[in-house]
Design a protein. Structure first.
Length: 215
């Protein structure tokens, strides 16, 4: 069985996907982490723009475990090195290249093959695994997503303004929805769950009962 979980940043999709992987006992594919691994390799090799496509000759290695995705580059584990703003910025740049998205989506399909997976990422149900029998689009209000981001940054000791974060969240939503190629929206057969007032456990229970009904 394949479970695809899409949703915007701050919707809680990573936490929910990891938890589902553990409860179902099937591997977890964090596609955002793989985008970041390619971004890391771009920085290491000083690749610019479409030169990123060269990486598919010897791509980062991806291991999908229960509740965890690990990535390696040139034999070294880099999973813990990918959280920086710098890597995030390059990941978002390569993510905007249609040629890269096409290649990495085939890469994900080849990686998983016929195996079971909980795959998480912005277009997991629309473009990566369009045949997944369970597709969830997890979302939350912009205010709630901004609040989570605000709490996260504050916990890291950064001084940030909630108003500014909220403005950035709203701007990014508009940009993602309106981009001409790969606009970000739920798959037609996705089940949309609004997690604004739900705990992680509430969302996990909802998805588990959907799986029981459908599979
Ligand atoms: O979820 P994240 O922040 O780790 O993702 C890193 C970047 O990659 C982010 O700019 C979104 C992009 N991404 C994407 O466009 N499609 C995916 N399936 C996963 C990530």
């Amino acid at each position: 069985m394949k479970v695809a979980i899409d949703g915007p940043a701050g919707s809680g999709k990573s936490t929910v996907a990891r938890e589902l992987s553990k409860r179902l006992g099937i591997p977890y594919l964090n596609t955002g982490l793989v985008y970041r691994a390619f971004a890391y390799a771009c920085l290491k090799e000083s690749l610019k723009g479409e030169e990123v496509l060269k990486l598919f000759e010897k791509p980062p290695e991806v291991i999908t475990d229960i509740g965890e995705t690990k990535v390696f580059y040139k034999g070294q584990e880099i999973s813990g090195l990918l959280g920086s703003e710098e890597v995030g910025k390059v990941a978002s740049q390569i993510a905007s290249l249609p040629a890269f998205r096409e290649r990495i989506n085939s890469f994900f399909r080849a990686l998983v093959g016929d195996s079971q997976v909980v795959a998480e990422g912005r277009d997991a149900g629309t473009h990566i695994f369009p045949d997944a029998p369970i597709k969830i689009f997890l979302t939350a209000s912009p205010e709630e997503r901004a609040r989570r981001r605000y709490e996260q940054l504050k916990a890291q000791g950064l001084s940030v303004s909630y108003e500014e974060i909220l403005r950035a969240v709203i701007e990014r939503d508009e940009r993602d929805k309106n981009r001409p190629q790969y606009p970000f929206k739920p798959a037609e057969d996705a089940i949309v769950i609004d997690a604004t007032d739900l705990s992680v456990e509430d969302v996990v229970q909802k998805v588990l009962s959907l799986i029981k009904e459908r599979v």
